[in-house]
Design a binder for this molecule. Sequence first.
Ligand SMILES: NC(=O)c1ccc[n+]([C@@H]2O[C@H](COP(=O)([O-])OP(=O)(O)OC[C@H]3O[C@@H](n4cnc5c(N)ncnc54)[C@H](O)[C@@H]3O)[C@@H](O)[C@H]2O)c1
Length: 309
Amino acid sequence: MVNKITVVGAGNVGATTAQRLAEKELARTVVMVDVMEGIPQGKGLDQWQSAPIEGFDSRIVGTNGYDETHDSDIIVITAGIARKPGMSRDDLLNTNAGIVKQVSEQIRETSPNAILIVVSNPLDVMSYVAMKVTGFPRERVLGMAGVLDTARYRSFLAEALDVSVRDIQAMVLGGHGDTMVPLISYTSVSGIPITQLMPLAKLNAIVERTRTGGAEIVKHLKTGSAYYAPSAAAVQMCEAIVRDQKRILPCAAWLEGEYGMSDLFLGVPCKLGRRGLKAIIEVELTREEQDALAKSADAVREPMAAVKL
Ligand SMILES: NC(=O)c1ccc[n+]([C@@H]2O[C@H](COP(=O)([O-])OP(=O)(O)OC[C@H]3O[C@@H](n4cnc5c(N)ncnc54)[C@H](O)[C@@H]3O)[C@@H](O)[C@H]2O)c1
């Protein structure tokens, strides 16, 4: 375990992330920060009181300031507003950019060596804001989207094939939006190419459902967006870092020539270990996948250019 992990934002994603981090004992202390007075304190106390039942020794602390967050090893940024029905992730751009900027300024002063995992949407642009404002190297700024999008894809495939989710290997790349790129050529079930197990039309329907997986949940919830799977995804990234697992997970990373692209965050296969991003893995893509990834990059660049820092 590490000494301290801070979760900024004690809303749906943030509080669930804090609880999961503590239950896995990934840090001695899990700090939850939010601007809402009383919310992080109350939730933190409630969560800490689950420790004797769940049997974890991680301490959870809720606060409105950054004193308790000093020298965090990892910081998960979930602060911001979430989508409501009819909203795209890009609709959150200016509000969340202001919030992530303010949070990043605090982090720069109080935890200059932290590894950041950005969750706030629009994810790829908010990761850029966090990196730009903190001035942290790309090894220490990662966006969470691909792990979630891949989990959605895997869960739909497992359901359709009536097999264990554990046996579905897959990877969803690109930006965290409708242009995301589920890689059919790298999707398999215990090593068996997915195309041998499912007709293409059915597979394409699942790919489409994955692309709109977030909106499907927003439509049901009406007042907010998904948080159980998103928090699980953020915690999987934390775990890979804390335990130096060297896992290869799809994460939003700052590209410097990989996949022929530079100067943007985009979902690519990343090796995660104790210091954060250890490597970006470049896999061969079909012509179609390359085109889809380029289109996805364009969809990230547009709001990135519009954001004011
Ligand atoms: N990357 C992904 O895959 C993914 C998945 C789910 C949600 N999200 C995004 O995560 C964000 C949080 O979602 P949620 O469902 O938890 O929303 P939420 O409304 O439940 O929680 C957001 C919290 O942020 C707090 N906040 C606002 N400004 C703050 C500041 N300056 N400092 C600290 N806290 C602040 C709010 O008070 C609130 O408690 C949203 O932007 C959402 O779109 C991303």
